[in-house]
Ligand binder design. Sequence first.
Ligand code: FCB
Length: 501
Amino acid sequence: MLGPPIHFQLGVLLTMSKHGSTHDNAIRPFPRDFLWGTATASYQIEGAASVDGRQPSIWDTYSHTPGAVWNDDNGDVACDHYHRAQEDLELLGGLGVGAYRFSVAWPRVQPDGRGPANAKGLDFYRRLVDGLRERAIEPTLTLYHWDLPQAIEDRGGWCLRDTAERFAEYVNLVARALGSDVERWITLNEPWCSAWQGYGSGLHAPGIRDIGKAVAANHHLLLAHGLSVPVLREAVPSAKLGITLNLGDHRPGSSHELDVAAARRADGNLNRLFLDPIFHGRYPEDMVEHYRDARPGLSVVREGDLELISTPLDFLGVNYYFPSTVVDQSRAREARLAGFYVAPVEQFPDLRVRSLETPGRDKTSMDWEIEASGLTALLVRVRDDYTNLPIYITENGAAFDDYVDPNGRVRDLNRIAYLQEHISAVHDAIDAGVNVQGYFVWSLLDNFEWSFGYSRRFGIVWVDFPTGARLPKESYRWYRDTIASNAVEYAASLNSLTPAP
Ligand code: FCB
């Protein structure tokens, strides 16, 4: 039982607000019906890659391509959640979450990406949903978390309009099978990653590097979302519908006009290419101009598409992990001279933007900077520029170099500090009047972290991959206590946390 000492250690620091001043109101209660949850995704945890009729997805193909993924890891077994779902349900029950976000694997339901449903695939999710309901945990179902059936990619994948229509057909099968037992439906997870990492930088499956295709994929993913909303409304009239976007708070590295313009381009690509069509029914002019010569690019847009894409929703899902400071490519040297570290890998292949790291700032083992105020700023901006719909933080969390100590414990105090700072930042947003109604920790389990394989642990539960054994980390207990008290303490700084004797 390590709960009390952790709170004690943080308690010593809790009178310090994150600005370093003392705060007399250190415990911050959340609204009574605030929804606490945790999240996973099918390919990252399920394993059982060829069980009960499942056929390969683009991630099976990609991870089996030598050199594509760290250590040549793949999701064949992953956390073996497919066979251990019962145990994972117990972990969720013990955590006391009000909701669990998971994704359905399209290649389990429609192994070839078309035709009738594979009953065995749907049965797995039916059992999962029933298990959640028995524990009064609201299922929050993501329909697409990147595992496109390989058969669809073979025909052109997201570069093809037909894929959006196939998606709506698949959505109909899942919606009719699980119906009103699923509280919340999320059409897509992070379509930016699918389009831009899948078809732009090639860092994700299917590993294509073609800007024109990335732009077309961007549109077809949004169209898939738009086409599936009326399908879901008809199949499950009570359903609450949303989409999950990975949004960023882009700051220019200096006030130089080139850097300000670079930050605007990064914002246009990551945020506005999605938020503008969904909430304003149009693509942002500067991005249309930027991709004017890309082929097929936005030439794939047809009349009526944007009306579909902007069909009203019930909520917006926001994933947030790190802030972003950028400069124009031509100014990378100046940035270096000013003391910044310029990241070697560019997340925006065609934007002439370089990302900076601020020296001395804490980072996770993904090399992602930790800056919770970016989350507050982002949420306020989404409210001001786009929508007052309920917002759920559908992912937030951190990878650290955890280990099981000789006493059999994983004392991940750095993850606790990260979660505390970010939950506190969500509280700041609520105080600022943003309609945030829930928060989901990424992730319940250590899992297959895409191109990083099993080398990055995001779980609040440790997974011993050779045996599949689960071990709740200290953060699991901390999160359980946070949920039970429905409150968070003022954030302590990560650097000031030291393990108790
Ligand atoms: C997000 C993904 C999720 C996980 C986290 C760390 O981009 O949606 O599957 O990999 O990052």
